[in-house]
Every structure is written in structure tokens, then in C-alpha cells.
Design a protein around this ligand. Sequence first.
Ligand code: ASP
Length: 468
Amino acid sequence: MPRLWIKDTLTFLNQEITLKGWVDSRRDNGKIIFIDLRDKTGLIQLVFSPDKPEIYELANRLRSEWVIEVTGKISNRPAGMENPKLATGTIELEVASLKVLAEAQTPPFDLSTDGKEISEDLRLQYRYLDLRRSRMKKNLIHRHHFIKFIRDYLTNKDFIEIETPNLTKSTPEGARDYVVPARLSPGKFYALPQSPQQYKQLLMVAGVERYFQIARCFRDEDTRGDRQPEFTQLDLEMDFPQQEDILSLIEDLFKQLIEKLYPDKRISVFPFPRLSYQEVMEKYHTDKPDLRKNKNDPQELAFAFIVDFPLFEWKEEEKRFDAVHHPFTRPQFEEGETIAQLISRLKQDPSKPLAQQYDFVLNGYEIGGGSLRIHEPELLEAIFEIMGHSKEAIKQKFGHLLEAFSYGVPPHGGIALGLDRILMLLENEPSIREVIAFPKTGDGRDLMMNAPSEIDEKQLKELHLKTF
Ligand code: ASP
């Protein structure tokens, strides 16, 4: 028999059906026992009357979170007993047979509230229970629809989704790498990707033309507020773009997404403002300004693109210039300038040139960033040199990319968006942990799985590792 969901029970009036799910709550009026049965689609009232003593006795034992199967007839509730707060509030199921499939201990916290009053560590330790609460379930379902919308939208625009490896080599995005020891190459390590940046550029060399990925990124950063060691990006790349092609693609994607999935939200300014870095720094003293007209209005969405970032910034501790975005970012050319002229201008004063880089901001948060890329090997090499890399280091770290660019690379560019953060804002949640199924604590621990954890001597030996 196909599984019948609670949301579909309204169409089975006066018919006998079977439902499965969890005991959400129970009430009795002295005689009749009422149980709210829950599945992922909703709640329905079950009715147990004393004239079926065997079932009634079993029903008397039922406690919250037990898993049961019931069969019975769907009927209209008696007049005046309807519950307008419930989608199935006009009907109930008169139970004719009851099976207990699993008993449950009393959960360590209340599952009927929004959970905000409970210690977050406890919620994370019992995340499989915490996710049963309706707010968290809603967040998971909305996340699914959000990602599906993006996938469908980009598919319609001739993008294809391609998975890139997680065991790879470091790509500089400005954070520390997570590394994985390579058992078969003693003393060597993979890096988990900080982003699929190099792969997506190599896919442009491969002639894919329009790529995207719902990609997991890994960055080993010190505890900083709302960051996670691994997070999800919409990563995309296309060939032959003007900067405006990428901005208007993202703008249209979000306009349509908000209209379809968040119709109660209001986009404050459309088209999204394009503001220069210099302008926002002077006016708002931040490169992620909150442009909402009314900051108390949770339904207002103020998107903007920040453009014209400087290409390099001076790193005082390291006494060198570093890329503001990443080294693959294309500088802005002056009218009629050749590559050689650009390189000599960059070398003269690296602090001056601007980049073909853009950030995407929403309500005071940076929610994405990207750039047009350098596709000329000699320009890329010059950038690495300005950043203080020796010729040998460039060859060792980026030789594969420079070589790939010698085989016919189209001009290309892309962007990456932080999906966890965008969802947090759309769902009016205070933290990205509320929209991630299994997040880690601020200090990178998974309290449910108890990770990270020690590994045994034998594993260490196999991996050619010693711990101190
Ligand atoms: N790889 C960049 C990032 O993760 C985005 C991009 O340049 O496309 O921030």
C-alpha cells in the first residue's frame, strides 16, 4: 500500500485508511482519548473510545514520540469541535486498530515549542530530536525548495551542475585549509576545497561554458560568530561574460525566487543598486551596508551589488600585497591598455588598480562574491609575483592552471553565494545553524557524533602520522 500522508487525509472522508507516524500529544476528557498523530506533513486527531476496550487500553499507554500505525475511518468532527489552527481541523480518525511500532523515552527537551528557550548545545547533541520540531522541519523543507528553485532556474539558462572533488589541492580563498593525510602517498596531504574555484575555471577550459554546483566548502577559520567549518555555496561560472551579465543573472534569479517562494517579502529597490566600494566605504563605512528603509521590518529585503573593489590590499603582518578577492580576479584595464602595459602599471603601485570584482549584499550581510577572471597566463604569473610568490612556488602551486590556460581558454567569470546565510535571512532566523541540518558548534564540534575525536594507533600508523 502506498504511504498515505496526513496532509492528504481530507479527501478520504468516510473511508477507512491507515496512517503511520509519531504521537505528538495526547489529551483525554475522562472517557475519550485524543491523540494528535504527526508525520512530516502535519497533524491529525485520532479518537479512541472506551467501547473498544483492547485498543483503548493500549492507547492509554501511548506517550509522546511513540511511533504507531493506526487504521480507522475518517469522519467529520462533531459541530463546534473543529480546530481552525489545524489543516485537518475539521476531521478526525476513529481508530479501529492500533499497532505500537516503537516506544520512546521522554525526550530531553520539549519538542512542541520553537526551541529557542533550550540550550543550543543540548539541541545539537540531540539534533535528530530537535529537527522534529515544526520550525526546524519547516526550515529543512524550505531549504529543499530554495535549492531546487536555483537548480531549475539555472538549468533553464543552460547551466549544468557538475560535482568537483572534495579531496584536492589547496585553492587560496584566504582561509586555512583542512587537510587529509594521504595513506598511499606517505607524508602528503589532500586539502579540502575552500571553494571549487580552480575546478570551475578548468571546466571553462574544458568547454563546459556554463557550470554551477551546490558545493560544500571547507575553511578552517578561528571561531568568528556565525561561521561554520563547512558551508554550502551556489558556485557558478560562465564563459564570455561581461560583469553585468553575471549581476543581472543573479538579480533575476533572486527576483523570481522571492516572488515564488517568499511572496510576503518585499524587495526594497529593484534593479538592485550597483554601488562602488569607494562610495559605500565613504557613506556607510562598511562594504556590506544595510540599505533597508525600515530596519524593523523583517519582510524587507535590500539587495545590492558592491563593485570596483581594489585589486590588492597591503598585509602589514606579512609585509606583502595580497589579492582582495583571490589571485584569479581580473584587474580593470585602462582604455586601450595592453597586457604588458597593465602589468607594468600593477607593479608600479599595486595599491591603486581596481578589480573586476563584485560582492552581493543583503540587509547588511555579505551573501556572495565573484569576479571576472584572468585568462592570460603571463598576467596571472605577474599577479602571483606581486603577491610575493617565487617562480618555483608559482609553478608548484598553480602550474596546472597556467598550463591549462595555454590550451585555448575562453574569457570567463563567476560568482559564489553563501546559501546558508541567505536562507537564514529569508527565514528570519538568528543564526545559520538554524537552517543547517547538522551544524557544528562555534568551535567546530559536532556534539551529536562527538567529532572531532581521537583515532587509534593503528590508523595513525597507516597514515604515517604521530600526535604530540
Ligand atoms: N571562489 C569565490 C569564493 O568562494 C567565488 C568566486 O570568485 O566565484 O568566494
